[in-house]
Ligand binder design. Structure first.
Ligand SMILES: Cc1cc2nc3c(=O)[nH]c(=O)nc-3n(C[C@H](O)[C@H](O)[C@H](O)COP(=O)(O)O)c2cc1C
Length: 194
């Protein structure tokens, strides 16, 4: 029997109670009971803007502390990372992008072995967009897919819903139906789920 999955849900909206969080929680309701869940709201953490230190001094990233350490520990503890980002300007939100930028720094922390340790873990996306044209979230899906591939993670696709006002995604019956099976480990369709 496989060991239990351990999920990190990274909430990337700039408001609380938004549609993306609602859809992510709808998907999480169908996780197996033994799966661990950690939820981190980026807007609560106060993560500073990422700084590229590759060409400063020895180019190594200092050891993390504060909110960076919280995120780094949670990231490395998870078998499955779910990026729950609203669609902002066709891509991930700024806070999610900042979190992903930190991954570049973590590649250069002595002894952390970030790239090797991330390999084989699963990356999932959940997003809600206002536009009714599904293709506009392709850049978000591409960002997450290519990032997963770079780290040799297993890409598991995006769950996509529609909504603008908080709660509106609850009227998106197709998204709620897809949420029931989205996090199923056996599901083998890593594209966008409408
Ligand atoms: C800064 C910003 C940028 C947005 N950009 C897009 C966009 O490019 N395409 C789109 O369809 N909706 C866009 N929206 C609408 C949001 O995706 C939509 O309201 C969604 O429900 C927000 O997610 P949330 O409810 O989880 O906060 C944008 C909203 C904001 C605040």
């Amino acid at each position: 029997m496989d060991s239990p999955r351990s999920f990190l849900f990274v909430l990337g909206s700039s408001r609380t109670g938004g549609n993306t969080e609602t859809l992510a929680r709808a998907a999480a309701e169908h996780l197996e009971p033994e799966a661990a869940q950690e939820w981190l709201r980026l807007s609560d953490l106060g993560l500073p803007p990422f700084r590229d230190r590759r060409h400063i001094g020895d180019g190594k990233t200092p050891f993390a502390e504060g909110p960076e350490k919280t995120l780094q520990d949670a990231t490395l503890a998870a078998t499955d990372i779910v990026i729950a980002s609203p669609l902002y300007w066709y891509s991930v939100s700024g806070s999610v992008k900042n979190y992903l930028d930190y991954w570049s720094g973590w590649l250069r922390v002595p002894g952390l072995d970030f790239k090797a340790r991330m390999g084989g873990r699963r990356l999932w996306g959940v997003t809600v967009q206002g536009d009714e044209e599904p293709d506009v979230s392709a850049p978000l899906a591409g960002t997450l897919r290519l990032s997963a591939e770079y780290l040799r993670m297993e890409w598991k696709g995006v769950l996509l819903g529609y909504g603008s006002r908080p709660g509106q995604v609850l009227r998106d019956e197709a998204a709620l139906a897809a949420a029931k099976t989205f996090l199923d480990p056996a599901r083998d369709t890593p594209g966008i789920r409408y």
